[in-house]
Design a protein around this ligand. Sequence first.
Ligand SMILES: NC(=O)c1ccc[n+]([C@H]2O[C@H](COP(=O)([O-])OP(=O)(O)OC[C@H]3O[C@@H](n4cnc5c(N)ncnc54)[C@H](O)[C@@H]3O)[C@@H](O)[C@H]2O)c1
Length: 151
Amino acid sequence: MACSPSKAPKQRVQDVKGDLFSCPATDSLAHCISEDCRMGAGIAVIFKKKFGGIKELKSQNKKTGEVAFLKDGDRYVYYLITKKKASDKPTYDSLRKSLEAMQDHCLANGVKSVSMPRIGCGLDGLQWEKVSDILENIFSETDIKITVYSL
Ligand SMILES: NC(=O)c1ccc[n+]([C@H]2O[C@H](COP(=O)([O-])OP(=O)(O)OC[C@H]3O[C@@H](n4cnc5c(N)ncnc54)[C@H](O)[C@@H]3O)[C@@H](O)[C@H]2O)c1
């Protein structure tokens, strides 16, 4: 018996070549940081420069596996807290938990589109194939579109 097309899992994660900050201004943004909100290296430095808000992020007092956020006009900027200190490394589990926390926030606040870099896969050393699977698993059951930019 043929499968109904409507039953096929939706592909929620799209890959795009290019600068993350060229994404539509209506997309929310996400990237990974540590509990100390140091943002001293990698793409986090650009987020710090563009959006500031370190005091506000620290006051949210989010722990590993949670998500902090800033509001930028109508969109959100998500700071996935994947490790304790900037010098630590995240685990797939801490990344998954913070993405689930972001998903909860998106669902509660009507966020339909989030753009991000290949999170966890630069300085933090995770493997993109595994992170991509985690993203697909989490977001395939939702209406939230994830766009991943890579240079
Ligand atoms: N001592 C420190 O302060 C320290 C140490 C390690 C990591 N970090 C930083 O790096 C951690 C995150 O690591 P990560 O691997 O998730 O991120 P990342 O290494 O900053 O970047 C992830 C990926 O995004 C790519 N990228 C960079 N700029 C752009 C752009 N404009 N558009 C699209 N892609 C781009 C980059 O090449 C990499 O493949 C955070 O904890 C952050 O604070 C800081």
